[in-house]
Design a protein. Structure first.
Lengths: 426, 419
């Protein structure tokens, strides 16, 4: 039986405010709250709320034959909690049906998996805990920021207990193979790999209202017919996209919500079912896929060049991750919050000469200047907390002493008491 | 196709960007083998590069018939024009210009500069154009900037050939809106009579359409390009500890020098490792020196005066940042020259060249904070310096005059074969 695996990414980067160099050291707030709120409210009202409503109706009316998956970045969860809590409520309603799966991802929408595996693990754990808190279930499937995937990342994710990982169905990894199968990790066989069918996914996200597209208009009938007509054995259609496809990229008047509403009914009529990534964790994979170098769903190249393709991006990211250890020694709440936010992959993509879509900056240079000014201030704060003149190991020792002093005092007091008692007895 | 061009300057004796652009464009157009160009300037010095076009000096064309012996003509022309050519033009004098003061062989003296009696010189140039229009064969007339519009118009009226005018600047750019009515009327008349108007940027095109009320259909933008610097590799940065930020050009209202000084003051509040250079001269120079003193940054801002030729290129190469905060710049070739030697440029959005550059930082001319921010970034964050330097150099090396020449040729074809 053929199945559609629907997955939606929900992520909104914090809008960074215009931060000039003369504010470095004086102003420690980096966000344009007005722009963030505006964006969040827009997406909540135009996209997330109406789409969630439709999904809930579909689940209820299909008698649980319909399901789908989401991942919400840490940033978007925090923003929704602050500016549109009703969206969180509606996601919780969806979760309560048991038909909607929430995946784990790095909390800060970061590229930590490329630079620091410990940081990566911390963020995934933080995110998984947050998802459990909100939706009552610990995630068992994982999707990385922008579907960044390599053998090494897969290995790490498997070691953290995840059974399924999502990746882009990039041609240079799949080769002649079709994305419509379940694959497995190159050398960790228990980890199943799912590959995005980006051709079909993009038909929805980018071509739905494109009147010059040869297949325009896209109807649910047509879409399901393509799936039904696929060669035998191609059973899994990974239709994954940003959730803002509904109502923001494709506007309400394009009919995108009607498409969403019609898709399950027509699919089920034509014998095409629905699955979520975790349903596929026990599915028998057809082959192993090797990815020695990281890939992602960004850009034409489907590699990291959208985020790390030029010297601007390299310098910014290298400076950021140079303080990973120190930041993690810190206890200061605001510093840790900024640390997660500043890692968002979007900010680096805005510095790209080819893939800076969605950027509010006039040019990649402008994005770089603003980010570097903010980062300079952030680094000063880390420096103030833990001067770079002290080596990391030394610092660790000192911190251990400080953190353990209570315990130490208690222990010594106990010993003292015992000794005194002993003395008395003697 | 034969083009008769009227210009005012031609390298190596140039006073501003007009000469450089005229040279580059004609050089680029000379790549087209079926095109020959005759370029008229008021006063040639004899050392112009004539390998790809023919130069005629207006000061050597007789406008009044005077009896003169071969020897006398040869002596007076000083080898710049052949006496036979002189006699040929003399045979085509059709009007009586004896009211104009002429020399012993009937030619007018030109300064070839921008003298106080500029309007008179423009009229005289028009008289010469009359003689040439009767003497020469050509298919199209091309006038560079307002000084030569009357000459072009006259040539058109005599020959009936189409006139293309090339707007390198308008009086609105030079005067920040306080236009000189005489200049405006000359410009307007040129545009009205022209068969097609070429502008050096979309910015200028908008001015021509909005301020001179021209039909948008006859106004086309052909962006300027830049000639490769000969022996560019010899211009390398002299190693120095401090970073250098440079302004280079006429220190006049149009160029926005005060914004450079204000941005410098902001940058110096934060980092001491930078020096600022304001090279050039102009009527705002004293005011700028006063402003620098007022801001208390006189020890960090330097005024080396007017630079020439290789000094300019070396200055650009030595700089870490080149700034052009022009309030209104029809095109602005200097940032492209800076980028050719690998120096990052910060330019105002009110500059025509901003339309074709991606790898330069663009700010509004009045946005001192943004300018200061960009300077700070380039001197403090190595990656942005390196990227702007490399990508900028690659980008300007792709902007070549032969491409601009082809666009001009399309316009020639359209006006010549329009029937």
């Amino acid at each position: 039986m053929k199945n559609i695996c629907l997955y939606f990414e929900v992520h909104i980067p914090y809008a960074l405010k215009r931060y000039r160099f003369f504010e470095i050291g004086n102003d420690h707030y980096y966000y344009d709250d007005f722009a963030t709120e505006d964006r969040v409210r827009y997406l909540a009202e135009k996209s997330f709320l109406p789409a969630n409503k439709i999904l809930l109706e579909l689940i209820q009316s299909s008698g649980k034959a319909f399901n789908c998956a989401f991942s919400l970045s840490g940033a978007v969860i925090e923003q929704l909690e602050q500016y549109a809590p009703e969206v969180i409520d509606s996601f919780q309603e969806l979760a309560a049906t048991g038909q909607v799966e929430f995946l784990a991802e790095p909390y800060g929408h970061s590229m930590a998996s490329i630079f620091d595996m410990d940081e990566f693990e911390r963020q995934v754990n933080k995110h998984a805990a947050k998802i459990k808190e909100l939706f009552g279930k610990k995630p068992t499937a994982f999707r990385n920021t922008d579907f960044i995937y390599s053998d090494e990342i897969g290995e790490k994710v498997a070691s953290m207990g995840y059974k399924t990982i999502l990746m882009e169905g990039a041609k240079h990894i799949l080769g002649w193979r079709s994305p419509n199968y379940v694959y497995q990790h190159a050398y960790v066989p228990k980890l199943n790999l799912l590959a995005r069918n980006f051709v079909m996914s993009n038909h929805v996200t980018f071509e739905f209202s494109n009147t010059s597209w040869s297949e325009y208009p896209l109807t649910a009938d047509k879409f399901v017919d393509w799936i039904a007509a696929s060669p035998q054995g191609e059973d899994i259609f990974n239709i994954w996209m940003g959730y803002e496809t509904f109502g923001a990229v494709q506007k309400d008047y394009s009919g995108i919500f009607d498409f969403l509403r019609a898709l399950p009914r027509i699919a089920l009529e034509k014998g095409v079912g629905f699955v979520t990534p975790s349903n596929l964790s026990n599915y028998q994979p057809v082959a192993a896929l090797t990815a020695p170098y990281p890939l992602s769903w960004q850009g034409e190249e489907k590699d990291l060049s959208a985020m790390l393709g030029n010297p601007l991006q390299e310098e910014a990211v290298a400076k950021l991750y140079s303080v990973t250890e120190r930041v993690n020694l810190c206890q200061e709440k605001n510093l840790k919050r900024d640390w997660l936010h500043l890692q968002s992959a979007d900010y680096f993509r805005y510095m790209s000469f080819k893939n800076a879509w969605g950027s509010s900056f006039e040019s990649p240079y402008d994005a770089f200047i603003n980010y570097m000014n903010i980062l300079s201030d952030f680094l000063l704060r880390v420096e103030a907390e833990y001067p770079t003149s002290i080596e990391n190991e030394e610092l660790n020792e000192l911190l251990k002493t400080i953190n353990d002093q209570e315990k130490m005092i208690a222990q010594l007091e106990k010993e003292l008491k015992a000794a005194k008692k002993k003395k008395k007895e003697a | 196709m034969k083009a008769l061009m009227f210009g005012w300057e031609f390298p190596p004796h140039i006073l501003g960007g007009l000469g450089t652009a005229s040279y580059g464009l004609t050089r680029g157009m000379a790549e087209q083998e079926d095109l020959s160009i005759t370029f008229v300037i008021p006063k040639p010095y004899g050392d112009e590069d004539q390998s790809f076009l023919k130069i005629i000096g207006a000061c050597n064309v007789p406008v009044v018939w005077k009896e003169a012996s071969y020897d006398e003509v040869e002596r007076t022309l000083g080898g710049i024009m052949h006496p036979n050519e002189y006699y040929y033009y003399r045979d085509h004098i059709r009007y009586d210009y004896s009211r104009i003061g002429t020399n012993n062989i009937g030619c007018i003296e030109f300064s070839g500069r921008y003298p106080d009696n500029l309007l008179q010189e423009i009229d005289n140039y028009e008289a010469v154009a009359g003689v040439l229009a009767h003497s020469l064969e050509f298919d199209v007339i091309h006038s560079h900037d307002w000084l030569t519009y009357p000459a072009g118009i006259f040539a058109k009226q005599i020959s009936g050939k189409p006139l293309v005018i090339h707007v390198h600047a308008t009086d609105f750019d030079r005067s920040r809106g306080q236009v000189n009515p005489t200049v405006y009327s000359i410009e307007k008349r040129g545009m009205d009579i022209a068969d097609h108007i070429i502008c050096v940027s979309d910015l200028t095109r908008r001015t021509v359409i909005e301020k001179y009320h021209q039909d948008p259909r006859k106004v086309t933008t052909v962006h300027n390009a830049v000639d490769p610097i000969p022996n560019v590799e010899q211009f390398v940065k002299t190693p120095r500890k401090e970073k250098l930020v440079t302004f280079l050009g006429r220190i006049t209202m149009q160029k926005g020098p005060e914004y450079f000084v204000e941005a410098a003051a902001r940058v110096l509040q934060r980092t001491k490792n930078v020096r600022f250079v304001m090279a050039g001269s102009g009527d705002k120079m004293q005011a700028m020196i006063d402003l620098v003193a007022e801001r208390g940054i006189a020890d960090k801002v330097h005024f080396p005066g007017f630079l020439k030729g290789k000094q300019v290129t070396q200055m650009l190469a030595d700089s870490d940042v080149y700034m052009m905060p022009s309030v209104s710049e029809p095109f602005g070739i200097s940032p492209l020259e800076a980028m050719q030697v690998g120096t990052p440029s910060i330019i105002s959005k009110q500059s025509g060249c901003a339309e074709i550059l991606d790898h330069a930082i663009k700010t509004d001319y009045w946005d001192i904070d943004a300018m200061a921010d960009a300077i700070y970034a380039i001197v403090e964050y190595p990656a942005i310096y390196q990227t702007l330097s490399k990508e900028g150099r690659d980008e300007v090396n792709r902007i070549t005059w032969d491409k601009a020449g082809l666009k001009v040729r399309d316009i020639y074809n359209a006006v010549v074969y329009r029937d």
